[in-house]
Design a binder for this molecule. Structure first.
Ligand SMILES: [Ca+2]
Ligand SMILES: [Ca+2]
Ligand SMILES: [Ca+2]
Ligand SMILES: [Ca+2]
Length: 466
């Protein structure tokens, strides 16, 4: 099931570099269906919709009732490559598979060593203690964590493999949640092992492996069989959250070892039978509720404490009563399993590419995969309790991925950072992809994730600057 071979990865790297020039549209890179990836790219149902009804030809969205809408999209840049995707080589070289030492950190993998890599997150981690690696598979300090894994974390003052309660606060190492992402160190170890040992059999998109010192966001995706998401869009989602790293020095509440970066892990699970979604809530509630179970690929998760730690996202064709809606966050009064995110891929496909100008001078279009990515990022922002915007000089900040699009100018501002060089506002011309603003990142709630911790948003979907 692994989607990306090394070849695909290389193609994406090339693709990324070209995107970065803003001169070549994605489909130009794949004039013919060379392989699975380009085929997927062509088939995509992308997003569009992120915007509002006043929006120009494409890209619309709006909130109604308990539901929140859509987001735009973004483009790829080098960061996407860093975020990368699980490939065989990464799986083969996970921390548990590595020989003794010096470099056997969870942070290191083939993707981190690519030419475009930076991995600034490593900088905050102390050097590996000058001790030999403990044997694999043992837990001699009896804290529930494999000693080798603790050692590989490179944080002996927090996860010492010879101490069960390293910081002496009465909480055993396995139960610590140092990064306050709602996952215990044991959860993160379990996921790391799952990704490294079974990743080839699974469809997982992620940047770094789950880690007890960096916030992780777990997302389970169930796709209707004719509504698959573009792998490139999924990589862009991973990248957008990874890019929060630039706020590390400005985000409050982080200790010196932590980062503002968020590692998103997208697990593609069930394939759903396509059904039409109309305006009624019950259809959407039941669709979310009935598709929440992990399929065979993730059977090991379904019985673990992790089973209910995933934000639930599904794809569907469209909302027949609201054909401009690209995505939404579904709130339920009290049932977690009936809440979640829905991305309307046919709607997105019908609205994109959009907002570009062929000539002269050409202005890059918002492509379908970008619109898919932007919509997913936007909805995940909602799942973290973000409203539609943080303000800028008393008005809306159009560069923040959470903003509501009002036309092609704001579409390009949100997706391509048109006219912006300030990353604290969100997307920039250099990033050329959807990004959260610093203000939005400060409001993210990892203790109140929709469909995981709560069944509805604080502001019931109408929140602005909350
Ligand atoms: Ca241990
Ligand atoms: Ca320990
Ligand atoms: Ca402790
Ligand atoms: Ca974590």
């Amino acid at each position: 099931m692994l989607q990306f071979s090394l070849l695909h990865y290389i193609k994406l790297m090339s693709c990324s570099a070209l995107f970065f020039t803003k001169k070549i549209k994605p489909f130009d890179l794949y004039p013919s269906p060379l392989s699975t990836y380009p085929l997927l790219a062509l088939l995509l149902v992308l997003c569009s919709g992120c915007g509002d009804p006043a929006n120009i030809d494409q890209g619309k969205a709006q909130d109604t009732g308990l539901i929140i809408d859509i987001g735009p999209e973004d483009l790829i840049d080098e960061g996407v490559l860093d975020a990368g995707i699980l490939d065989e080589s990464l799986l083969d070289e996970g921390p548990l598979d590595e020989g003794p030492l010096d470099e056997g950190s969870l942070d290191e993998g083939p993707l981190d060593e690519g030419p475009l890599d930076e991995d600034p997150l490593d900088e905050g981690i102390p050097d590996q203690p000058n001790t030999p690696a403990p044997p694999r598979g043992l837990d001699e300090d009896q804290d529930g964590l494999e000693d080798y894994w603790e050692w590989s974390l490179n944080a002996p003052e927090l996860f010492n493999w010879t101490l069960s309660d390293t910081d002496g606060d009465g909480v055993i190492d396995a139960e610590e949640d140092e990064d306050h992402d709602g996952l215990s160190a044991l959860d993160e170890q379990t996921l790391s092992h799952l990704f490294t040992e079974y990743g080839e059999e699974l469809q997982i998109y992620y940047g770094r492996l789950p880690h007890p010192l960096y916030r992780d966001l777990l997302v389970q995706i169930d796709e209707m069989e004719d509504q698959n998401l573009d792998p490139m869009a999924l990589m862009m989602v991973v990248d957008a959250f990874s890019a929060l790293e630039v706020f590390t020095d400005r985000l409050s509440g982080l200790n010196e070892q932590q980062s503002a970066s968020v590692s998103v892990h997208l697990l593609i699970d069930q394939e759903l039978t396509p059904i039409a979604l109309e305006g009624d809530f019950e259809t959407r509630f039941s669709l979310l509720r009935e598709s929440i179970a992990f399929g065979e690929s993730y059977a090991s998760l379904s019985t673990s404490t992790l089973a209910n730690r995933f934000v639930h996202l599904i794809t569907a064709r469209e909302r027949t009563d609201d054909p401009s809606r690209a995505g939404e966050a579904v709130n339920h009064p009290d049932d977690l399993s009936s809440s979640g995110l829905i991305i309307y891929t046919d709607t997105i496909a019908s609205q994109h590419p959009s907002c570009g100008i062929d000539s002269p001078p050409p202005v890059p279009f918002i492509e379908r995969f970008e619109a898919q990515a932007g919509t997913i990022i936007h909805e995940l922002g909602h799942a973290l309790q973000l409203g539609h915007d943080t303000t800028l000089n008393g008005g809306v900040n159009p560069y923040n991925v959470m903003s509501v699009i009002t036309g092609c100018v704001s579409t390009r501002q949100r997706y391509h950072g048109e006219g912006n060089q300030d990353s604290t506002l969100g997307s920039t011309e250099v990033e050329f992809a959807p990004r959260f603003s610093l203000g939005a990142s400060e409001l993210m709630r990892f203790d109140a994730k929709l469909s995981v911790d709560v069944s509805r948003l604080d502001m019931e979907g109408s929140g602005l600057d909350h």
